[in-house]
Structure formats: C-alpha cells, structure tokens
Design a protein around this ligand. Structure first.
Ligand SMILES: O=C(O)C1=C[C@@H](OP(=O)(O)O)[C@@H](O)[C@H](O)C1
Ligand SMILES: C=C(OP(=O)(O)O)C(=O)O
Length: 443
C-alpha cells in the first residue's frame, strides 16, 4: 500500500494568496508547436511536472533541442526544432497529451517511434485516433490492439487530407490531429461523428494556439476542423497558471468559509478551469476577478448544484468533493468520458467519497451526491492527481482523512503536498502565503 498522507485541516477560515504553476495543457501544446515550427521559440514559465517533462523528453528523443534559459526562476525553455531522423522510444507515463499529441507529429519523422506508458495508460482510449492516422497516411503498428504499446513508422512526410473520427472518448484525438495537420502535405480536415465531443474548450485552445503560430484553421462548422497546409511560425508563449489546478485552492476558501486569491488569473482564456468562477458562484461563493486576481470567499454553507460538466470534465473530482460538503443535493452530468481518464473517475469518486460517508450514486454519465455526515478514513487515489485533489478537499472539513499516494499529484503540480500544507496552514512560502504578505513566484 502506498503512503497515506494525513490531509491538513485548518482550524479557522483561511485567508490566503496563492500563485500557481503553469498550465499542463498550454505547456504541452506550446512544446509540440515549437518542435514543428520554422525556427526557435521560447516557452516562458512552463509547467515542469511529470506530464510536461515527459513531453519534453519525447521531443528531445526525436532530436528537438529543449534548453533551460534561466528566465523566470526555474527557467524558461528555449525550443530549437531539428530534423527528426532517428528511431526513438516515447514514455507516455499517464499523460493523455503525450500519448495523443506526439504520434501525429511523429508521422513526419524519419524513423520508427515506439510508444508505451504506465500500466493504466494501456487502457486509455487511443484506437480511433490510430485508425484516423492510418487514413491520413501514417503507418501505425499496434498489433490490432488499438491501444498502447504501439509504434509509428514515420517516413518523413504525411499525405493528410480528410478524415472522419469518433472523438467522443476524448477531445485530445481532434487536438492531436490539428496540431500536426499544417505540416501534412494536404493539411487535415477532421470531421467528428458520434456522441458529442467532450472538453470543447480544449479544442478551442488548440485552434487559438495554431492561429498564434500563423496556421489557418477553419472551425466555422460544428464537428469539423480544417487546418490548411503550411509552415508553423515560431512564436514565444507565456504560459498561464493552470486554472484546473486552481480548483483545490479555491475549494479551500469554499469549504472553510474563508478567502483565497489566485494571482495572475487571465482576463480571457481558453482554459476550462475558468469555469470554476461560475461553478463556485452557483455553490454560494462570492467570486471577484480584478486586476488579474481571482478572489473566492466561501459561504457559511455550500449549496449543491446541478451541472453538466461535459465541457470541463477534468474539474469533476474537485467539484464532486465540494458537493459532498454541501447541504443540498447535487447532480453532476455529461461526463461519461471521464471513465477513460487517469482512472475511471466516476467509479473512483463514488467509491472513495462513499467510503467516507457520502451519500453518492454512480450513474453512467455522472454522479448524484446528497448531504450526509462524513467521517475520516483512507481516500484511495488510483494514480490520479485529481483524485488526490478530491481527497484533500474532503480533508478540509473532515477529521482524519488519509490520502493515499499524494505524490501522484506530480503529474501536473510539482510539490503539491508542500504547497497544499502551506496554503492550509498559512506558512509563508511561494504558495499559500498569508494574505498580508506578497505571494511568491510560481515554482
Ligand atoms: O487537450 C488537453 O489538454 C486536455 C483535454 C481534456 O481531455 P479529454 O477530452 O480526454 O477529457 C482534459 O480532460 C485533459 O485534462 C486535458
Ligand atoms: C484527464 C487529464 O489528463 P490527461 O491529459 O492525461 O488526459 C487530467 O489532467 O484531468
């Protein structure tokens, strides 16, 4: 059994200012686009966590140079494209962005690239995307499994063209094809058929970043995205803080009736975490965004919510934990696809919240959560960073919650446990500084 971590519980309502590390989704898109661009570019304030280090390692193994520049504390990344002229092995870990974003660009390499990852990664959906790649002219060897491990045999160029795909399992299938498409001979024209594509803001993020790189994208019709062939201009990116990882920190205010300010909250963003402003307002919090500071003040009692989280599925674990603390019922809907995330998050949340006393019902596409007295115990995390977030949120209001393997948060957040302890207990530091002191820089 992995280590059990006693989730810190504050004695009083908190009053904190926190600065968060960069966005996983923005960092990994910036790295891929920089690697296929027509010159060197800088990724400023990148997230340095397991998912982004795996992405950097994958691109380096192909030949791309990614160097620390020393800018902004831990260092910006200078990315210099180079010919991909070798065989390589890519470790996807448990990163959906690595498993989905790298194979389509690897079709452009001159060499065989083998992909594998953590045990659970072999269960996460990828088959439809591999089939789409074959349609576009990329040779894939997956032994008929439609899953990891597989190899992409790059020939230096990809024909591209029109492809139909069922992307209802993951928006990342679409993002992945679009990120590579400009470098395909005929570009790419992706048409989705099937149940609705989840996480549309993440596709909008992909389209917005492609346009920043001078790539022409037509997204005028629903369920269709067309990328024109052409160069990907080198562009420097400033990475925004990870707004989905803001969820537990804002929940700290919501669950304790306290106040938390997250600094550098973008005025406009494609990150789905921005939806937390609306969700927390519905739960009874006061939410203000002024001069780049997002401040959430928690209510005396949280209100349950009826929410379709289809577009923002990655917020479900944190929202479900808050719902378990609310004094009226909640219905979380539209997230069948999160059964294919780091773990089956619907079953995992029903099991673990239920274990600590929550009156929770699992449905095919979501959860129903009714008020019930909660108690301490072990909260299993299934190697899922966001399950750990759910566990620590519960621990804000319930004594003796033991979070299993809190280190799994390193997927998208370096040193989460230390940052969380500082935020809960108010010890000055670079995260979770008391409101009277200046927040530090992101790690
Ligand atoms: O493109 C991305 O960066 C992401 C897309 C979403 O994936 P799904 O569409 O598979 O939910 C999201 O949940 C994931 O955390 C990040
Ligand atoms: C679903 C997630 O990650 P991934 O990028 O591995 O799909 C997530 O971070 O919630």
């Amino acid at each position: 059994m992995s280590e059990l971590w006693p989730a810190p519980r504050p004695t009083d309502p908190v009053d904190r200012v926190v600065s968060l590390p960069g966005s996983k989704s923005l960092t990994n898109r910036a790295l891929v686009l920089a690697a296929v661009a027509d010159g060197p570019s800088v990724v400023r304030r990148p997230l340095r966590s397991r998912d982004t280090l795996l992405m950097a390692a994958a691109l380096r193994s192909l030949g791309t140079r990614i160097e620390d520049t020393g800018g902004h504390g831990a260092g910006d990344w200078l990315v210099t494209p180079a010919p991909w002229d070798r065989d390589a092995d890519v470790d996807c870990g448990l990163a959906g962005t690595v498993m989905r974003f790298v194979p389509p660009v690897v079709g452009l390499a001159d060499g065989t690239v083998r992909f594998d990852g953590d045990p659970h990664m072999r269960l996460r959906p990828i088959g439809q995307m591999l089939t789409a790649l074959e349609t576009l002219g990329v040779r894939v060897d997956d032994g008929g499994r439609g899953a990891l491990p597989f190899a992409v045999r790059g020939t230096g160029s990809v024909r591209g063209g029109t492809v139909t795909i069922d992307a209802s399992a993951s928006s990342q299938f679409v993002s992945a094809l679009l990120l590579a498409g400009a470098r395909y001979d005929d570009g790419v024209d992706v048409r989705h058929v099937g149940k609705p594509v989840p996480s549309l803001p993440h596709i909008e993020m992909t389209v917005a970043m492609l346009r920043q790189h001078g790539v022409e994208v037509d997204d005028g019709d629903a369920n269709r995205w067309a990328v024109a062939p052409g160069p990907v201009r080198a562009v420097d990116h400033d990475i925004e803080p990870d707004l989905s990882n803001a969820a537990p920190f804002l929940a700290l205010a919501a669950a304790t009736g306290g106040r938390v300010t997250v600094t550098d909250w973008p005025a406009a963003t494609t990150q789905p975490g921005d939806e937390l402003r609306e969700i927390l307002t519905l739960m009874g919090c006061e939410v203000t965004l002024a001069d780049g500071d997002l401040t959430v003040t928690g209510p005396p009692r949280l209100t349950g919510v009826d929410l379709d989280l289809h577009d923002v599925g990655e917020l479900t674990p944190a929202v479900a934990a808050l719902c378990a603390l609310a004094d009226s019922p909640s219905h979380l809907r539209g997230v069948a696809h999160i059964r294919g995330h780091e773990t089956d998050r619907i079953t995992a949340l029903a099991t673990e919240l239920g274990r600590l006393g929550s009156d929770i019902t699992e449905r095919e596409d979501g959860l129903t959560i009714r008020p019930a007295p909660l108690h301490g115990g072990t909260f299993h995390t299934y190697a899922d960073h966001r399950m750990a977030h759910a566990g620590v949120i519960l621990g804000l209001a319930v004594d003796d919650v033991l979070v299993e393997d809190v280190a799994t948060t390193s997927k998208t957040f370096p040193d989460f446990a230390a940052a969380w302890s500082r935020a809960v207990h108010g010890t000055p530091g670079d995260l979770g500084a008391p409101a009277t002191t200046t927040a530090g820089t992101s790690p």
